[in-house]
Design a binder for this molecule. Sequence first.
Ligand SMILES: Nc1nc2c(ncn2[C@@H]2O[C@H](COP(=O)(O)OP(=O)(O)O)[C@@H](O)[C@H]2O)c(=O)[nH]1
Ligand SMILES: [Mg+2]
Length: 395
Amino acid sequence: MPEPVGIANLPNQRYKIVSKQGATFTIMVCGESGLGKTTFINTLFHSGLKPYQDPAERHNKFSSAHQNVEIDIVRAILEEKNFKIRLNIIDTPGFGNNVNNHDSWTPIIDFIDDQHESYMKQEQQPSRSEKKDLRVHACLYFIRPTGHSLKPLDIEIMKRLSTRVNLIPVIAKSDTLSPKELDTFKSRIRDIIEAQDIAIYTPPLELDDPASAEHSKQLIEAMPFAIIGSEEEVETGPGQLVRGRKYPWGIVEVENEEHCDFKKLRSLLLRTNMLDLILSTNELHFESFRSVKMGGSDEENGEEEKELTNENGEVVKKPSISKKPRRLHNPKFKEEEDALKKFFTEQVKAEEQRFRQWETNIVNERNRLNQDLEEMQSKLKALEEQVKKLQLTKR
Ligand SMILES: Nc1nc2c(ncn2[C@@H]2O[C@H](COP(=O)(O)OP(=O)(O)O)[C@@H](O)[C@H]2O)c(=O)[nH]1
Ligand SMILES: [Mg+2]
């Protein structure tokens, strides 16, 4: 197998820094309370997580400037071969079920903005010390599985979130809907998202790579992802334990693609689209935030900055993802981007190679067995001939 990562061997010092620090990836979950956000996080990371060395670093309570809100940050390290990914998982308390309850979710929006602000300030500092980066790369918005529609509050919050982060809507506790109800609910939500012009995260369709384009297409078609969370293992057969939920009428399995989209979402977050989530946060959302803050126009993009004010007099930027190229090319991030891209490409290549090797091994093994079988059969034939001859001579 080839060396898994090449970043550390590259001559440029910057690459070395990237490789030493690894990448930081931050996921946030939000939505009404009781929808299974905390359960989902525990389902997603039930194994393979290595907590930060310093236990005091593990949990962090965040207080917004306006309000005290318990935003729980779990930090962990995900080790990918010899590449480290520092994970931050931000679990927010649910906002209330009251439709007019705006106050309960403003701290969440503030938190996201504060992280952009803090990162921007650090960038302006001449110091070379490691930046604290808690910018949210993926924000999962939990939708109550009513089977009916989105609430006005859902629409409003999703709109606010979508101009700030990569928004990924999910249908919570999807095991409480029948497959037919789920289908209808999904397409209704998709229609609303489209009609309301909410810019949810869309995996890029890389046309020069048919396999990856096909994968993206499947992910896009599955949105909003129907998910099931469970902290328990249930028995599907003697000695066979799977993550799932047990009902009198049967078992729903978290990792069964016929039961829900959990695997698709996990793959998007932790494998296929992690890099794109990180880069688009930097190049789309962070840059938008920065240009709004600076009050300047986006010259590199050749497009006028559209500044819109909402009912609170707050400046919001209308996403124009469909028209403009997704990426703003800031040379500052180019090297990091290239290094990360290279890393991910090599990871995928290594996996493919490993798979091919495994396939070859299996084919070889099959051939070997077939050959053994043939030998055995010809031996058997020879023995049968001998027996026949002996029987003939006996008579
Ligand atoms: N039926 C069902 N129940 C779930 C699911 N996920 C979580 N729950 C249950 O819902 C309740 C609330 O879950 P919790 O994770 O605390 O919700 P949170 O308030 O959004 O963090 C708990 O009793 C969970 O066992 C799910 O996918 N399906
Ligand atoms: Mg919770």
